[in-house]
Design a protein around this ligand. Structure first.
Ligand SMILES: C[S@@+](CC[C@H](N)C(=O)[O-])C[C@H]1O[C@@H](n2cnc3c(N)ncnc32)[C@H](O)[C@@H]1O
Length: 260
């Protein structure tokens, strides 16, 4: 499939800012981290791959899990600062390659990647069409991708819209605070998963499964429920709640549409 762009067009500058500590962001978010690992395990159960790439993988938070599912893992990340943190975070795993790459220009040969993950990146991509085309280009014939989507249709938003008698938006919604709504700030959007599925299909990627993730994300619940209970419920709910896009995060498992 031809590439749609040759020059990376979005910058991930916030992740190069020394005052923005993405590693620290995860302090107190052990439930969310574990919920995402549960989702990846569910989607990949019984599968093993030669090559895996975590696109926009930050400092490599999920690379160790990916090593359980693939022989060769690459962290592909556009922020040099994140890659530098990854050097330390992954110091006991020198086999994980680290590459300075952006999702719309992955530089891997056509059809060379068997598993690609892109987690918590879609909220920076209001229009992911170039990135999806690039993912489709690099995926091998029997390859899979897991794309995580910050979900605008989650239950709380739906109740809010219902109370105001407003339709749910089809297009991505900018969720930046007024102070951050500057052109030089990285975009921050939530997506309508139905729109994302259409965009994936347009890029030649079919959705084979989806999960509703971080269903119990709530500061209050985290205070009163033991983490084991939260995660037991999360494990039980990810599939049943998938069809109603209940949680704030949706994990799509996609593969290349076979043309012959
Ligand atoms: C919220 S962090 C998520 C990091 C990692 N995936 C995780 O879940 O821990 C967002 C990451 O997306 C990266 N990013 C932003 N824009 C990107 C783009 N256009 N292509 C690839 N990565 C991008 C940032 O550099 C940052 O590392």
């Amino acid at each position: 499939m031809p590439k749609t762009t040759t020059t990376p067009r979005k910058k991930a500058d916030q992740y190069n800012d020394p005052s923005h500590n993405y590693l620290k962001y995860w302090d107190g978010r052990e439930y969310e981290h574990a919920a995402e690992e549960i989702a990846i395990r569910k989607l990949l159960r019984g599968r093993h791959f030669n090559t895996a790439v975590d696109v926009g993988g930050g400092y490599g938070r999920l690379c160790l899990l990916l090593e359980k599912y693939a022989d060769d893992v690459t962290l592909a990340e556009p922020s040099q600062q994140q890659l530098d943190i990854a050097k330390d975070f992954l110091k006991d795993h020198p086999e994980v390659h680290r590459k300075l790459l952006q999702a719309d220009d992955l530089k891997f040969p056509d059809g060379s990647i068997d598993l690609l993950t892109m987690i918590r990146v879609m909220h920076h991509l209001p229009d992911p069409s170039a990135e999806f085309a690039e993912i489709s280009r690099v995926l091998s014939t029997n390859g899979y991708a897991i794309i995580e989507v910050a979900n605008y249709l989650h239950m709380r938003n739906r109740l809010k819209h219902l109370a105001r008698r407003e339709h749910m938006p089809v297009k991505p919604v900018d969720i930046r605070s007024a102070a951050n709504k500057r052109d030089d700030e990285i975009p921050f959007v939530n997506h309508n998963p139905h729109t994302v599925m259409r965009q994936l299909e347009h890029a030649g990627l079919e959705t084979v499964a989806n999960l509703s993730v971080s269903n119990l994300r709530s500061t209050q619940l985290k205070k009163i429920l033991p983490r084991g209970v939260m995660l037991g419920a999360e494990r039980a709910l990810q599939r049943p709640l998938a069809s109603v896009y209940f949680g704030p995060s949706v994990f799509f498992l996609v593969r290349k549409i076979q043309t012959s």
